[in-house]
Design a protein around this ligand. Sequence first.
Ligand code: PLP
Length: 378
Amino acid sequence: MALAELQALERDAVMATYARQPVEFVRGEGTMLWDAEGNEYLDFLAGISVAQIGHCHPRLVAAVTEQAGRLMHVGNLFYTEPGMRLAKRLADASLGGKAFLCNSGAEAIECALKLARRYRRGGEFVVLEGGFHGRTMGALSATPQESKQAPFAPLVPGFRVAPRRGPLPLDERVAAVIIEPIQGESGIHPIDRGLLVAAREACDEHGALLVFDEVQCGMGRTGRLWAWEESGVRPDVMTVAKGLGGGLPVGACVTSPEYAPVLQPGDHGSTFGGGPVVAAAANAVLDVVDEEAFLAAVRAKGERLAGELTKLGLEPRGRGLMLAFHAPDAPGLVRKLLLDHRLVANASGPDTVRLLPPLTVSERELDEAVARIAAALG
Ligand code: PLP
């Protein structure tokens, strides 16, 4: 089907929630994507931090194919091994408690919100300016952006918004503070370590839960398995999704042991959550990502990319392979990069270009991407 036909179908049948670029992708391998005309692209977006180990990584394809051929779904009234194994691995590799498996980042946040409310009945939430936690009503209520929230009022009540650098308005009525250690959607803004420390102290003082949203910055993106590791500040609850499934929809809300018993039978659920195919995918992604040598390579590649962007005078911000730079017309530059230079990137806001390549990206591909950015900038 030609692109024009797809666009006609979209106009006819697809709710107009997305502003798509005029490209149809039909194949991916590693950092490369191919469009329907056979043109080859370098993917420095990875489906917004999802294709964590590149497109169609052989271990991921094998794990998914094997599981899909064996059993796809029975639901959570029964046991299947991949989900149990995934929950154990996630808990062991992070906060040591328990995990609730779900299907997306927003659902992971919904679970965290419910857990916090269950823990402190009627409790309120503190979120940061510039934070993004998803589009469902609870996650949207935690996302203090006027343009995204206003059309859907009234939202879930009880959210307090703090400036990105604090102070945090905590008292004994607060159930949880929810922070992305590196804000992604608002344009890659690492939160100061001082604020994370202050949040930990304030949560301890007032008996509130500290929730870190690792949906975008987790799963090795920054060169640590979890972005919070860099700060040394440990949350009570953590949300994960995006790169966890490497391309399949799987998310998780993970707690420390102390809060693992909060949600009880009947409190929460998901038909598809922790299904064997997506859990097999996530286990395969973790096999690759949760290795110190792999994470060290991500840190080195991140430094190289940031260094090369700096040489272009671009002042990148972020950590590891989660970087952004200022551009006066970011949407224009992103379109030019895509259509003229075959580099996939993203504009997060009018003046920020965001780069989130697969963590398996090679040094040669990093240098090639920088060369294409330089060419597009003229
Ligand atoms: N939290 C963060 C930090 C995100 O970046 C996103 C999505 O961009 C979400 C939550 C929501 O994830 P999803 O789109 O999978 O619902």
